[in-house]
Design a protein around this ligand. Structure first.
Ligand code: SF4
Ligand code: FES
Length: 266
């Protein structure tokens, strides 16, 4: 489930330990051992903004957009990395949190004012623009230098690397390592000069990349995108199945629900 899809809601209390309760936005709720505040909140239908979060990946806690208020804590804490504790009192919405989240978004977009990217750039490509609009963040409030260096010259036929749109959430790096075990994408330099790259700052086709497309699917800004989908939208790339009607027909006869359609990158 991605960050923008509503959660189906709380599961049955029958599966919970009676002692594991906390207060969430004024209601007493159960939690599972090890569950994060974000997971508990989502299970109860709360909407908490995220940028570096991907449910498939280990919690990372980089963007701080998922901040929530915890009674006794001096500052908002990251819901995606903070585990629920018995008797914790948590608020996911407040004017203070709105201000905090809006300012964070304004700082993020100061590097990345180009928000109107095509949804064809990937499944999650609209996340940043969605939250900016949702919190009415001022995209011109902070102006400054830009980090990241694009490799639009990368001649591979599948993945566009437009790091001018990168917000250093590391989702691509982590999905490549944690889900694919490829470690094709990495991070170079530190601090403001941090940038996403591949080994020796080279080309994807010369790296360990298998062009699985997971990085495109998780990128919340469209910095990584599916070249084939973009080419197709521009009318420059015809789907192969229209060139092979006999094979398509045979697949349909064999009962394949989508004929010869393969979908995704490649
Ligand atoms: S390329 Fe996309 S997924 Fe990777 S760090 Fe940048 S914004 Fe995040
Ligand atoms: S989503 Fe929690 S810190 Fe980024």
């Amino acid at each position: 489930m991605d960050a923008l899809t509503p959660d189906p809601g709380p599961s049955s209390d029958a599966n919970f330990d009676d002692d594991l309760v906390m207060t969430l936005d004024g209601a007493v709720v159960h939690f599972h051992p090890g569950e994060t505040l974000y997971e508990v909140a989502r299970r109860h239908g709360k909407v908490i903004p995220t940028l570096c979060y991907d449910a498939r990946l280990a919690p990372f806690g980089a963007c701080r957009l998922c901040a929530v208020e915890v009674r006794g804590a001096r500052a908002p804490v990251a819901a995606c990395t903070t585990q629920a504790v018995i008797d914790m009192v948590v608020h996911t919405q407040s004017e203070n949190l709105d201000r905090h989240r809006r300012t964070l978004l304004e700082m993020v977009v100061s590097e990345n004012p180009h928000l109107a990217v095509s949804p064809l750039r990937g499944y999650s490509s609209q996340e940043l623009s969605f939250w900016v609009e949702n919190y009415q963040a001022d995209t011109g409030r902070f102006a400054g230098a830009h980090s990241g260096r694009s490799r639009l010259d990368d001649p591979n036929p599948f993945i566009l690397r437009d790091y001018n749109l990168c917000i250093s959430c590391y989702r691509c790096v982590r999905v490549c390592a944690e889900q694919e075990g490829d470690y094709a994408i990495s991070v170079a330099q530190r601090g403001f000069h941090t940038r996403i790259t591949v080994e020796f700052d080279g080309l994807l086709r010369d790296s360990a990349c298998t062009f699985c497309g997971q990085c495109v699917q998780t990128c919340p800004t469209g910095a990584l995108s599916d070249k084939k989908a973009l080419r197709f939208a521009e009318g420059k790339d015809l789907p192969q199945r229209t060139q092979r009607p006999e094979r398509e027909e045979r697949k349909k006869k064999e009962g394949h629900p989508y004929g010869d359609s393969t979908g995704g990158i490649g």
